[in-house]
Design a protein around this ligand. Structure first.
Ligand code: NG1
Ligand code: ZN
Length: 532
C-alpha cells in the first residue's frame, strides 16, 4: 500500500475548514456539526493507527455532542478496555485535525507511526456509533472514508448511547480472555443489565414508577428497550421527552445538564409530590434525579447524592458480608461541601478529589478495591478491582445473610457499567438500592442537606491565564487573585468558592457555596466581579 497517496486521495474529499484551530479536549472534539467533517475523517485515520499500535485491539469512535445544542456534534475515541483515549494520544488527535494540507496530514500519519514504531500493515479494528443528531449520518460517512483510506476493518453499530459503545468495545477486547465482559452487542448489553437487575432486586418490593426525561435524545428509545428486557413485573419506567425525530428539541429545556445547571424541572413536566423523576443527557452518560415535595418545592438529587447513596449501600453490604474490602469515593471540586462531609464524617469512607474530567476520576477510583466516582453533574460509575472481584467470588459465607450480601455485591458489579458513567445503568442502580431500602426520593434526600450553591460562567479575555493547583481548588495565576477570593470567602458562613478555566468552553467557571441561597449567590457574583 502507498499510504500517503491513499490518505491524500480520500482527504481531498474532506477539506479542512479554514481558520479553525481544533483541540481534542476532555470531551474529544466538539463544535458545530457543520465544521466537523474533516475532523471526523482524520479521527478515522487516528483510530486505525491506535488499533495498529495495539496489535489490532478494537478501538471505538463515538459521534456525539452529549448535552450540547442540536447543531453541535463531536467525536471521541474509546480505548480497548472501554476507557477514554490515552492522554498522550490526544496531542496526535489535535495534530491530525489541524494539519493544513492533505500532504501534511499524510506526513503526520507517517510521523506518528514511525515515532511509535507502528506496523502500518498490521491489523486495525474499529467500531463506531452515533447519537440522534441530524449531522450524524454525514459524519459517519466521513469516518468510514478515513477508515477505508488506511484499510481498517470496521463495524457500524449505528445509533447507540455513548456508554453502550464503551461496553461493546470492552466486550470485544475481552472476548477471549478469562474474564469476558459480556456479549458485544446492543442486545447483550440489555440482557446483562436486565439479568443483573432482576438478581439484585430479587425478593424486594418493586419500586414505584420513575419518570425519565430522555432529553429527546438517544437515551429514550434505548431505555424503553432496556425496560422491556427487565419486564414490567420488575420495573416501572415512564419515558418522557422522547421525541428523537424532532431534532431541534434535543437537550432543549430538558435533560440532565439543564436540570442540574438551572436547578429546576424540565419544561412542561408536572410532577406529583414525592414521586421520583430523572433526566438523562443527550448521549445518556449522565443522569440526575429529583422530586417535588408537598409544597411543590424542587429537590435535586445530583451526582453527589447518587455517590452517597451508592457508598452507603455498598459499605453496608460489605459490613454484613464480612468481606474486607476498601471502599473509596472520588469527587471533584464541584462536589457539594455537605456531601464530602457526609461521606467522610458519617460514612467514614475516604474521599479523593481530582481535577474535572472523568478520566481523572476514573484513574483515581481504580486505586480502591471498590471505587465510586461521580461528578456533581451526574456522570459517574463504580469500579470493582480484579482483586475485589476475586475476594467476592471466592468468599465462603458462614450464613444466609452473608451469602445474600455477597450475591448482591456481585450482581451490582454486573449491573454497573464499569467502563464509563452510564445513565441507564446508574438509573437501575439507584432504583435497586431504593427498592432494597424501601425508600422514596425524600428518604434518599435526608442523608444530608446540600449547601446552596451557584455556578457562573464568565467570559474573560484569556482563559488560559487561569492556572490552578490542589485539584483546581486554588488559583496560582493570575497572581494575587486567590488571596482576594480567600478574603471574600472568609466573610461567608460555610463559604467556599473556586475559579477554573473550562475545558470545553471558552470561559472560566466560578463556583460558590454558602450557608444560605442569598449568600451563595452573592459570593458567586462577588468572585465573578474580581475577574472583570
Ligand atoms: P468544563 O467545561 O471543563 O467545566 C464540563 C463539566 C465537566 C465534564 C466536562 C465534559 C461542569 C462544571 N463541568 O467541563 O464536569 O462533564 O464538561 O463534558 O459540570
Ligand atoms: Zn453526555
Amino acid at each position: 500500500q502507498h499510504w500517503p497517496s491513499q490518505i491524500a486521495k480520500f482527504s481531498t474529499l474532506h477539506p479542512r475548514p479554514e481558520g479553525h484551530k481544533f483541540v481534542y479536549g476532555t470531551a474529544g472534539f466538539r463544535l458545530l456539526g457543520s465544521l466537523l467533517d474533516s475532523v471526523v475523517f482524520r479521527v478515522g485515520l487516528l483510530a486505525a493507527l491506535r488499533s495498529r499500535k495495539l496489535d489490532g485491539e478494537t478501538i471505538g469512535v463515538m459521534i456525539t455532542a452529549s448535552h450540547n445544542p442540536p447543531d453541535d456534534n463531536g467525536v471521541k475515541l474509546i480505548d480497548p478496555q472501554g476507557e477514554m483515549l490515552e492522554a498522550s494520544w490526544e496531542t496526535y488527535a489535535t495534530r491530525f485535525a489541524n494539519a493544513e494540507t492533505d500532504a501534511e496530514l499524510a506526513n503526520e500519519y507517517l510521523a506518528v507511526a514511525e515515532a511509535l514504531k507502528i506496523n502500518l500493515d498490521g491489523p486495525a479494528n474499529v467500531v463506531f456509533a452515533r447519537d440522534t443528531r441530524a449531522s450524524g449520518p454525514a459524519l459517519v460517512a466521513a469516518l468510514k472514508d478515513g477508515l477505508q483510506a488506511v484499510a481498517a476493518d470496521y463495524t457500524d453499530y449505528r445509533i447507540l448511547t455513548t456508554p453502550q459503545l464503551h461496553y461493546i468495545v470492552k466486550c470485544i477486547n475481552t472476548a477471549t480472555t478469562a474474564t469476558p465482559y459480556g456479549k458485544p452487542t446492543e442486545e447483550g448489553y440489555y440482557e446483562k443489565l436486565a439479568t443483573a437487575f432482576q438478581i439484585v432486586t430479587m425478593g424486594k418490593p418493586k419500586s414505584p414508577v420513575i419518570t425519565v426525561d430522555a432529553a429527546n435524545g438517544v437515551g429514550g428509545p434505548k431505555l424503553k428497550e432496556l425496560a422491556r428486557y427487565i419486564g414490567s413485573d420488575h420495573i416501572d419506567i415512564n419515558v418522557v421527552k422522547d421525541k428523537i425525530d424532532a431534532v431541534e428539541k434535543l437537550n432543549h429545556q430538558c435533560g440532565a445538564d439543564f436540570v442540574k445547571t438551572q436547578q429546576k424541572l424540565p419544561l412542561g413536566l408536572e410532577p406529583a409530590p414525592f414521586e421520583l423523576y430523572a433526566s438523562l443527557d443527550g448521549d445518556a452518560d449522565r443522569i440526575v434525579f429529583y422530586y417535588v415535595d408537598e409544597a411543590s418545592k424542587f429537590h435535586l438529587l445530583d451526582g453527589d447524592k447518587i455517590a452517597s447513596l451508592v457508598a452507603m449501600f455498598i459499605r453496608d453490604l460489605l459490613a454484613v458480608s464480612g468481606v474486607d474490602l476498601q471502599v473509596g469515593i472520588v469527587q471533584t471540586a464541584y462536589a457539594n461541601g455537605s456531601s464530602s462531609k457526609y461521606l467522610m464524617d458519617i460514612l467514614k469512607v475516604p474521599v479523593t478529589v481530582t481535577p474535572t474530567g472523568v478520566k481523572h476520576l476514573h484513574h483515581a477510583a481504580q486505586l480502591f478495591d471498590i471505587g465510586i466516582y461521580f461528578e456533581a453533574n451526574g456522570h459517574g460509575t463504580v469500579l470493582f478491582s480484579n482483586s475485589a472481584m476475586k475476594a467476592l467470588e471466592s468468599f465462603e459465607a458462614q450464613n444466609p445473610g452473608q451469602q445474600d450480601a455477597v450475591t448482591t455485591l456481585l450482581s451490582l458489579a454486573a449491573l454497573i457499567n464499569q467502563t464509563v458513567g452510564d445513565a441507564l445503568s446508574d438509573l437501575l442502580l439507584v432504583t435497586a438500592i431504593l427498592s432494597h431500602k424501601v425508600w422514596g426520593p425524600n428518604e434518599w434526600n435526608l442523608a444530608y442537606t446540600d449547601l446552596p450553591n451557584r455556578l457562573v460562567r464568565v467570559v474573560v479575555k484569556d482563559r488560559m491565564a487561569f492556572k490552578t493547583e490542589d485539584a483546581e481548588r486554588r488559583l496560582v495565576e493570575p497572581k494575587g487573585l486567590q488571596a482576594q477570593i480567600d478574603a471574600l470567602v472568609k466573610k461567608y458562613k460555610s463559604g467556599r468558592s473556586f475559579v477554573r478555566a473550562s475545558g470545553t468552553e471558552d470561559a472560566v467557571r466560578v463556583y460558590a457555596e454558602a450557608a444560605t441561597r442569598l449568600e451563595a449567590d452573592e459570593l458567586a457574583v462577588k468572585v465573578s466581579d474580581l475577574l472583570k
